[in-house]
Design a protein around this ligand. Sequence first.
Ligand SMILES: O=C(O)CCC(=O)C(=O)O
Ligand SMILES: [Fe+2]
Length: 350
Amino acid sequence: MSGASARVPETDEVIPLISLCDLGSKDINRVTRLADTIGQAAREVGFFRVCDHGIDAATIKATYAAARTFFARPEIEKRRLYIGLSANHRGYVPFTEKGDYPDEVSRNYEAFDLGLDLPEDDPDYCVGNRMLGPNVWPDQPGFRDAISVYYAQVADLGQRLCALLELHLGLPPESMTSRMSKPISQLRLLHYVRDRQVASSKSVNMGAHTDYECLTLLHTGNPGLQVMTRDDRWIDVPVDPSALVVNIGDMMEAWTNGLLRSTPHRVLNLSPERFSLPYFTATNHDTVIAPFPELVEPGHPPRYAPFTAGAHLERMLVRDFPYLRNQVRRGDPEDAVTNPFEDRLNRSDD
Ligand SMILES: O=C(O)CCC(=O)C(=O)O
Ligand SMILES: [Fe+2]
């Protein structure tokens, strides 16, 4: 065995698979053990997979069926729900909406973005909040019902995982979850298509990035997702349709003063076509993210300056969505698109 191949660990060792069967247990010892298992993975890797998560296979299947039918519709119909027509970042993201990810050799995906479905008279929406408000829905039988059921279940699971992390970190109960009563969380239906001209099936489709929120819960049945290890190697996330992939995002890293790690990841063009469903668990819009005082100690000074969740998310999305650059309102800071979490991204295509 050569030295180089000896360094490559088994993927399963690196991205743990954790059963959530004790999540609802009345036995505090079992729940604490689960919280510590998850917390350990969140500290060391920033990525883990969960099974026995309680979202049934039929709900997931119905969500993909709705997504497939929507993406198969003619472009002109999908564009009636173009995200650029929305005041609160909802709707269809066409293949042409390309952000600033320099390592994207062959970016080719479309998406549908939605969030907490608030009424038209929601006060935050009415005063122009760009992340909160009603969803847009295609005129497609069953779409809204299927997606809403999945959204409710995955959103609930996201908060329950955050509660486990509170327990693991020794934070007072609801330190995080009490800031998630009207969250700017988003569900994204993603459809990747490998361009026929693409020479390498290992080319990068979605470029290296960290997620901007607290915790991402992703379902996929297709290969292609890769995670960067602490020593800058890309490893594959195993595909397991019975599991969800969970990763720490920037808000959680800052909140925990760097104890939990927001890990870079990317998507390769391994399959001719690929679907995935990331759900980004976030806080309320106005939540100020600053390291929890309990996690700041003399040897552990605060490593992150405080920022407001909504402002951070909007700043980051401006980089990813050209339509938002035209919507940037007067008074927004000129330097709004630098990402303080970016320096760890090694964008080489090895
Ligand atoms: O499609 C995937 O597997 C990953 C998607 C992702 O990383 C994202 O949307 O932030
Ligand atoms: Fe991501």
